[in-house]
Design a protein around this ligand. Structure first.
Ligand code: NDP
Length: 280
């Protein structure tokens, strides 16, 4: 039988979550500060909890604006014996603090992050990251569940790490597109080449990760000094073309610092040292 679920917070995302549970056949209870937002879900078979305390009787998915809204709402609701899955977006410190706060009151607290837009919820494309005590209930109705480990901060950390990956790849692509447009090459013409490079680089990650984990960076493919010469071309070309050179300069500046620190003969991932410490 499907686990009874409560969804607290029926904004754009919470409504999509509740609908996915209903569709998958979970007995679904809903609660929202503005009760009228529950109307359509009730028409689809959800039960409206008369109070937030009533909603907390089942495995409770929280999806509010931010962590302070969660604390404000649950502050005096009485959490002993409850199971909370907080899918509200936030940072790892907020997740760890909220986990400690909820556990102190006797709740089981799982933190999470949603890597999807509301319309994708309920499909395999929607990735839901979870961390904290391993859930013994099924949330697969929401999409692809990825359990990351006991530390409740992990879901938020993976969330921001994933966003960093996403925006870095997109910015790199936009830089190249701006460069090629100066030669009359349109974005759609360049995109397949860019995609091929991005996919090729993605294949390097496991080997490079091994170097980072061993803290040993032999230049098996190319030395950082060699890479830095190509970076100079990238900066000069951007400047000569009159396109934005901020991203190329940042890339080169980080490599230059690692070279100045004596790492020029090592392989690219030695730059982890530049990323591990706060900049100026
Ligand atoms: P909405 O603004 O649509 O909904 C916000 C919800 O929070 C509403 O249910 C609102 O209640 C409730 N709320 C806010 N403050 C309080 C409070 N003090 N007490 C009780 N309830 C409160 O936001 P979304 O649904 O889009 O987002 C919710 C969470 O999901 C956010 O953390 C967001 O970052 C995350 N998320 C959203 C995505 C998206 O594409 N929408 C994607 C990935 C994550 P009321 O209706 O009464 O105002």
């Amino acid at each position: 039988a499907n686990t009874p679920i409560s969804v607290v917070g029926l904004g754009l995302m919470g409504t999509a979550l509740a609908r996915a549970f209903l569709k998958a056949g979970h007995p679904t209870t809903v609660w929202n500060r503005t009760a009228a937002k529950a109307d359509s879900l009730v028409a689809e078979g959800a039960r409206l909890a008369p109070t937030i305390g009533d909603a907390l009787g089942a495995v409770t998915i929280l999806c509010l604006t931010d962590y302070s809204a969660v604390r404000e709402l649950l502050g005096d609701a009485g959490l002993a014996g409850t199971t909370l899955v907080n899918l509200t977006s936030g940072d790892s410190a907020q997740a760890r603090e909220t986990a400690a706060w909820a556990e102190k009151q006797g709740a089981r607290y799982v933190d999470g992050a949603i890597m999807a837009i509301p319309s994708a919820i309920g499909t395999a494309e929607a990735v839901i990251l979870l961390s904290g005590p391993r859930p013994d209930f099924e949330l697969g109705a929401l999409g692809t569940i990825s359990y990351l480990g006991e530390d409740p901060g992990l879901a938020s950390l993976y969330d921001v790490a994933g966003l960093t990956m996403m925006w870095s790849v997109l910015n790199a692509w936009l830089q190249g597109t701006a460069m090629l447009k100066t030669a009359g090459v349109d974005a759609a013409t360049y995109a397949p080449f860019a995609r091929q490079i991005a996919a090729g680089v993605a294949d390097w990650l496991p080997g490079y990760a091994e170097q980072i984990d061993k803290d040993s960076f032999p230049a098996e493919v190319s030395a950082l000094e060699t890479d830095a010469r190509a970076m100079a071309h990238m900066v000069e070309e951007s400047e000569a073309l009159g396109v934005n050179a901020e991203l190329p300069k940042l890339i080169k500046a980080m490599a230059d610092r690692a070279i100045a620190a004596g790492h020029g003969g090592e392989q690219y991932p030695v730059l982890i040292r530049e990323f591990e410490r706060a900049g100026e």
